[in-house]
Design a protein around this ligand. Structure first.
Ligand SMILES: C=C(O[C@@H]1C=C(C(=O)O)C=C[C@H]1O)C(=O)O
Length: 182
């Protein structure tokens, strides 16, 4: 389900993954859950899971906004490449599930253009959190401890299934391996 009660990084009322990477992990999970809507928009249509033209647009937006945000642009692109890989893992997993169990397939088809607008907004929020966490992410041991805590609590709070937990691991793979110190 893509429904969240969390108000985001600034909201403190709803549950958020624990620790200093909690807000970033929360946004990563948001993006993973949007992948369910992406899959629903494409399933049973001619739209392919892989769209290299759109991916290039996403990464171009990342490169430009990273510079403007003061985030290392190579590190930001690497992080978003992982977000894209994770999204496609979810989409492939859901396509397989819905093909094997048609009764679980979505009955409505959301608009891909509107979903991409949501993804573009998440890009801006994710870059802001990369900026906020740059100092911690440059300390590999502390970062890895915080990332494990945030991943485990986030996956539990959102009741992620195996497919979405695997996608969360993919999506956070480079978080503690910045290409250079800030
Ligand atoms: C999410 C989509 O599916 C894939 C994943 C993308 C992403 O994570 O940004 C972009 C293009 C597609 O390869 C999409 O088509 O928008």
């Amino acid at each position: 389900t893509g429904t969240r009660t969390n108000a985001g990084p600034a909201g403190g009322t709803a549950a958020e993954p624990s620790g200093r990477l909690g807000p970033l992990t929360s946004l990563v999970i948001d993006r993973i859950l949007v992948s369910d809507d992406v899959a629903a928009s494409k399933f049973g249509t001619d739209s392919p899971i892989d769209d290299p033209v759109r991916e290039a647009q996403v990464l171009e937006q990342v490169r430009q906004q990273a510079d403007a945000t003061g985030v290392n642009s190579d590190a930001a692109v690497a992080f978003f490449q992982d977000q894209i890989t994770a999204s496609k893992e979810v989409q492939r997993g859901l396509f397989a599930r819905w093909t094997a169990h048609p009764e679980e397939a979505p009955t409505t088809r959301p608009d891909l253009g509107q979903i991409r607008t949501r993804l573009d907004r998440l890009t801006t929020s994710l870059l802001a959190e990369l900026k906020n966490t740059a100092h911690l992410r440059a300390q590999p041991v502390a970062c890895t401890v915080q990332l494990t805590l945030a991943d485990v609590t986030g996956a539990a709070l959102e009741r992620l299934d195996t497919l979405h937990r695997q996608a969360l691991r993919t999506a956070t793979d480079s978080v503690c391996h910045p290409t250079e110190t800030p």
